[in-house]
Structures are given as structure tokens and as C-alpha cells.
Write a protein that binds this ligand. Structure first.
Ligand code: PBG
Length: 402
């Protein structure tokens, strides 16, 4: 699955041409060097005797354009540009790398047979769980992306105020997990734990008549949802709901049912962000009223992310996630520096759509901006990145042209 060229490219700077090959010597190697038939001793003796063989002269100093000012050189002890002056040096000193193994591919699924395009997310589809999804997973695996996360579009008729469809063992997500695990036993399947796709109110939790999102009652439902997903074969359950205490409760529920091996990736610092707009269109999961500000974090807050980090750590989370990604690089770095746990970043739908739109309008180079944004998330401290670009970026890392 992983080719050596993929690993090679993964460590190169983004600007390096794909065709580049490391060669033992440079451009003159098609001029045959005539062997003189001398032994090593004879060669050494010739040198000692002052018979120095010819080698090409050092290249002349390249000319500056006419009009270049003649100035004394600055007396600098450090010239950082020295380490950036050639592709090989830049590759040697590159601090961060990006590989398909770092990527998790979020996929939208529905009950239909056809794949329906998502208007606000060019290139993304609601995939038919039995056909389109299986093909997409196979394409991703071909380029080294072996981790996915599933988001279901649930029929309106199955949505209720308590979101009970979330733990239907024969619901869309558990059914899909079983199908995928049957075809690809080694595929890593992440699931989303939250009520919004199943809630007639479009909220991540149960809404009381006065509009309050009920915490502990919601956590009770989330535990049942996580167990149903684990029973179907999920590898990592990911609570994205932001209720208090859900990580510990889910850990206990999983363990009680014998799912000690199932990991929890907690959406630790999930902000009440407008960058989720296209996603809510994709799932038709816009809150019917109000917003998510009583459970998702205030985008103005930084230190508060440490409270969530400490809670999730002590409740037994295996992976901590920050969401959105690029506008929240400082939060990724904060978690990275304050926890030994692996860190995930979610490059969300709005971030994806902005890069796509800029590319379509020819305002930016889509592929380069995509790769740079992913590299920056890694540099900020993300081990893994959830991104709708996973397949496209992995193809790029493999040197495949689209
Ligand atoms: C909901 C959920 C959301 C996303 C992932 N899980 C939306 C929300 O919180 O409203 C957003 C992902 C994206 O925008 O790409 N539990």
C-alpha cells in the first residue's frame, strides 16, 4: 500500500518538483570518464610527483544585473538563508512531515444507492453506504489512508427529541461499520458520538422545553450510542457533543460491556464556530432554534481549553481533538504542550470549502494551499488530521496527479 516514493515525497518540502531524483553525481555523469589503467599506488605516486590530473574549474561567480549597487557585505555571524539555499538542504532540515498515515477521512453516508453531491462542499458527497462508500474507502486505502470517520444523514422520520435512533444497533452507522469491517478488517473506523444527526431539534443533546440542553440525560444516551457503535466494530468512538463528564461515562459504559479495547477520541476543545456551516447542510442538521453556545466553547477563549484538557485526561480519553483547525492553531499548540496524549485536529467543512472555492475561482492554487494548511496543522502539534482533503492530499503525497 505504501510505496517508497510516497515516504520519500512525504519528507520533501512542498515546493520540490515531484520528478526530482537523488543522484550519485551531477550533470556531467553522461560524459564517460576514461580510465587510465593505473593502480591506486600509481595514482598516488603521480600526485606526489606533482602530476595533478585535471578536474573542472570552480564555476565563475554569477553576474548580478546591471545597476545592482556595489556594497560592502554585511558582517553577519548568522545567515539563516544558508540552510535554505537548495532543495536538498531544505529537505534535510525540514522539521515537520506529512504522511497519509496522519490523515483521517470524514465520510458522509446515507441510505440511498446513489452518491449525492453536497452543494456547499465541492467534491464531497453523501455516499450510498453500500456502494459509493465502499469504493471511496478502497480508493483511500490505495494511497495509504486507512482511517475514516462516519457521519450519517438520518431520515427525518427517524429523528426524535431524545435521538434514540443513535443507539439502534441496526441503524445506518452500526450497519455500515459491520459492512466495512467485513470487507476491510484492518480499516480503522472512527465514529461520531453526539445526538445532532438523530435529534429533531438539531442539537447535540436533549432539549428541555425552556431550551436548556440537558447534560446528564444526554450523556446517558451517548453511552448507549457509543456501546452500539463499539458492538458493531468501531475502533475509536469520538464524542463531539461537548457535554460535561461524557468521556468518563462512555469509558465506564464501554468497559462494562467488554469494550476495553475501544479508544475514545474526545472533542476536547470544540468551539461554537461558524466554520461548521457546510457540514450542517451536508447532514441537514442545523439546530432548529438557537445556537450551540451553551455547550461548545466560546471562540474568544484560550485558557478554558486547559480545563477541558484536564477533565478529558482524567476521565480516560485516548486522543484529544481541537476543532476547527487552522483558525485555532494556538489551541492545538496549547494542548500539545500540556498533555502527553496524541492530539487530533479537525480541518472542518468551512475551512475545506473556502480552499475549494478559492481554487475554483483561481484566486489561489488549491493543491498547494491544501498541502500547506495540512502541514501547518502538523507543525502546530497535531498528530492526526481529520480532513475532507484526505484522499486528494494522500494522492498528492503519493505523486499521483489527479
Ligand atoms: C456534530 C458535529 C459537527 C461537526 C462534526 N460533528 C457540527 C456541529 O457541531 O454543529 C462539524 C464538522 C465540520 O464542520 O466539518 N456533533
Amino acid at each position: 500500500m505504501m510505496t517508497s516514493s510516497m515516504l520519500y515525497y512525504a519528507n520533501l518540502p512542498l515546493s520540490m518538483p515531484r520528478m526530482l531524483r537523488v543522484r550519485a553525481s551531477n550533470t556531467n555523469d553522461n560524459v564517460p570518464i576514461k580510465k587510465m589503467g593505473m593502480s591506486d599506488e600509481e595514482c598516488e605516486a603521480a600526485i606526489v610527483a606533482g602530476n595533478i590530473p585535471e578536474a573542472p574549474p570552480a564555476p565563475p561567480k554569477p553576474a548580478a544585473p546591471a545597476g545592482t549597487p556595489v556594497v560592502p557585505s554585511l558582517s553577519l555571524s548568522r545567515r539563516p538563508r544558508r540552510n535554505r539555499r537548495s532543495p536538498s538542504l531544505r529537505a534535510a532540515f525540514q522539521e515537520t512531515s506529512l504522511s497519509p498515515a496522519n490523515l483521517v477521512y470524514p465520510l458522509f453516508i446515507h441510505e440511498g444507492e446513489e452518491d449525492t453531491p453536497i452543494g456547499a462542499m465541492p467534491g464531497c458527497y453523501r455516499l450510498g453506504w453500500r456502494h459509493g462508500l465502499v469504493e471511496e474507502v478502497s480508493k483511500a486505502r490505495d494511497v495509504g489512508v486507512n482511517s475514516i470517520v462516519l457521519f450519517p444523514k438520518v431520515p427525518d422520520a427517524l429523528k426524535t427529541s431524545t435521538g434514540d435512533e443513535a443507539y439502534n444497533e441496526n441503524g445506518l452507522v452500526p450497519r455500515t461499520i459491520r459492512l466495512l469491517k467485513d470487507k476491510y478488517p484492518d480499516l480503522i473506523i472512527y465514529t461520531d458520538v453526539a445526538l445532532d444527526p438523530y435529534s429533531s431539534d438539531g442539537h447535540d443533546g436533549i432539549v428541555r422545553e425552556d431550551g436548556v440542553i440537558m447534560n446528564d440525560e444526554t450523556v446517558h444516551q451517548l453511552c448507549k450510542q457509543a456501546v452500539a457503535q463499539a458492538r458493531a466494530g468501531a475502533d475509536v468512538v469520538s464524542p463531539s457533543d461537548m457535554m460535561d463528564g461524557r468521556v468518563g461515562a462512555i469509558r465506564e459504559a464501554l468497559d462494562a460491556e467488554g469494550f476495553q479495547h475501544v479508544s475514545i477520541m474526545s472533542y476536547t476543545a470544540k468551539y461554537a464556530s461558524s466554520f461548521y456551516g457546510p457540514f450542517r447542510e451536508a447532514l441537514d442538521s442545523n439546530p432548529r432554534f438557537g445556537d450551540k453556545k451553551t455547550y461548545q466553547m466560546n471562540p474568544a477563549n484560550y485558557r478554558e481549553a486547559l480545563i477541558e484538557t484536564h477533565e478529558d485526561e482524567s476521565e480516560g480519553a485516548d486522543i484529544l481533538l481541537v476543532k476547527p483547525g487552522l483558525p485555532y492553531l494556538d489551541i492545538i499548540r496549547l494542548l500539545r504542550d500540556n498533555s502527553p496524549l496524541p492530539i487530533a485536529a479537525y480541518q472542518v467543512s468551512g475551512e475545506y470549502s473556502m480552499i475549494k472555492a478559492g481554487g475554483v475561482l483561481k484566486m489561489i492554487d488549491e493543491e498547494r494551499v491544501m498541502m500547506e494548511s495540512l502541514m501547518c496543522l502538523r507543525r502546530a502539534g497535531a498528530d492526526i488530521i481529520l480532513t475532507y482533503f484526505a484522499l486528494q492530499a494522500a494522492r498528492c503525497l503519493c505523486g499521483e496527479k489527479r
